[in-house]
Design a protein around this ligand. Structure first.
Ligand code: FEO
Length: 392
């Protein structure tokens, strides 16, 4: 990809990773991703913002062939998809210094073994002049690691945000053209890496208030020419108010749990509650994470395997616990052949969720009339609580 100009002295470089399907050996990337790099050439100095994943180093270095001098490499984030090629850049530009938060400096030294004398650290709110362009560094921890920051390019009113506001989306579009497509990709990204830090993300958003921002330029996915689109979306995602939504991850081995899930989905729907089931044997775990952003109630459906829950359910429960969504209620439904401790074990896996537990529904063998009545009662309680809270 050739460098593309955003405005005078500001260009987008980087690489599109069309075929990457997994991030951190964990996160599904159905639409690939990109590693965006920005080059800001001031009258006196030149700065590069972030780098690319190491596997794309040749592409970045080719783009830099036309750049004779780099004074600063701003490392917003130490994760290797943005920092992994900084050592290559420092080797080419022997005068260049890495600009990072104090925490970022330590992490970059640990992960990439960059020499200490190559760093300049910046405090929250500190500025750096490139001559006619001013960089303002804003510390924004936990978007995605604790050391993260963003840069506001004052004169051009561009916010370079790294992972913050990013979307794993491979596209040749430099700017967002299809907001609905980017919305889902950005929500998936928020859910998977930032949702556990909702309160901190809120403070980070507040820190951006009062700045005129014409463009938000993240390090994954297209640039936002309409910043309020993504800022408003984040405000919604971090809000404390859930939706009238039940998320129901489950597994069925011989049809018993499936029959319970089908009945409960129907019962909830009949009572005006939106419900999203996820058969964990086929689901994209990222879709589950997206749904957890808004859900009020989590219902885990599991058969019993060696007394405990199915391992796929263990994974989903662990994930929900780690992501700490704004859930208010939870319970377990499921089945067993001869004995089970699945309910107690699932309940013990979600200590981070500040939820009230509804009575579980567990059946030996295939569900019977009493089982379906218990599921109807569960649906009644959920609908009643959601309605009373005014969730829509
Ligand atoms: Fe895109 Fe946290 O790295």
């Amino acid at each position: 990809m050739r460098p593309r100009q955003l405005t005078a002295g500001v260009s987008a470089l980087g690489a599109i990773d069309w075929n990457r399907r997994l991030f951190d050996s964990l996160v599904p990337l159905p639409d690939g991703t990109s590693y965006n790099v920005y080059l800001v050439e001031g009258q006196e100095r030149t700065a590069l913002f972030d780098a690319v994943d190491p596997k794309c180093v040749d592409e970045l270095m080719t783009q830099l062939d036309a750049v004779p001098r780099v004074d600063y490499v701003v490392a917003h984030h130490a994760e290797q998809d943005h920092s992994g090629t900084i050592p290559d850049i420092l080797e080419r530009y022997s005068e260049a210094r890495v600009v990072a938060t104090p925490k970022g400096k330590g992490m970059l030294m640990d992960h990439l073994h960059i020499a200490e004398d190559r760093f300049i650290t910046v405090e929250d709110g500190e500025t750096l002049s490139l001559g006619d362009k001013t960089l303002e560094f804003i510390h924004t921890p936990w978007v995605h690691w604790p050391e993260t920051m963003v840069t506001y390019l004052r004169e051009d009113r561009i916010l370079m945000s790294c992972d913050f506001f990013g979307s794993h989306l491979a596209t040749t579009d430099l700017y967002v053209t299809d907001e609905s497509r980017v919305y889902e990709a950005a929500k998936r990204y928020y859910a998977e890496i930032m949702m556990p830090f909702r309160q901190i993300i809120r403070r980070n958003l507040d820190k951006l208030d009062g700045r005129e921002i014409d463009l938000i330029a993240p390090s994954h996915g297209p640039i936002y020419p309409n910043p309020s689109f993504i800022i408003d979306a984040y405000r919604d995602w971090i809000s404390d108010t859930p939706r009238n939504l039940v998320v129901l991850p489950y597994i069925s081995m011989h049809g018993s749990t499936q029959a319970m899930v089908d009945h409960l989905v129907d019962a909830l729907t009949a009572r005006g509650v939106t419900v999203q089931p996820f058969d964990l044997s086929v689901t994209d775990i990222g879709k589950l994470a997206i749904t957890l952003v808004d859900a009020a109630t989590l219902i885990v459906g599991t058969p019993t395997v060696h007394i405990g829950p199915h391992p796929s359910v263990v994974y989903a429960a662990h994930l929900a616990n780690a992501l700490r969504p704004k859930l208010r209620y939870a319970t377990v439904i499921g089945s067993y052949g001869w004995s089970s401790r699945a309910i107690e074990q699932v309940a013990a896996m979600i200590p981070n969720l500040k939820v009230e537990l509804f009575d579980p529904v567990l059946v030996r063998g295939y569900p019977v009339a009493e089982t379906f009545e218990a599921l109807d009662s569960l649906a009644d309680k959920i609908a009643e609580q959601h309605r009373a809270a005014g969730w829509t």
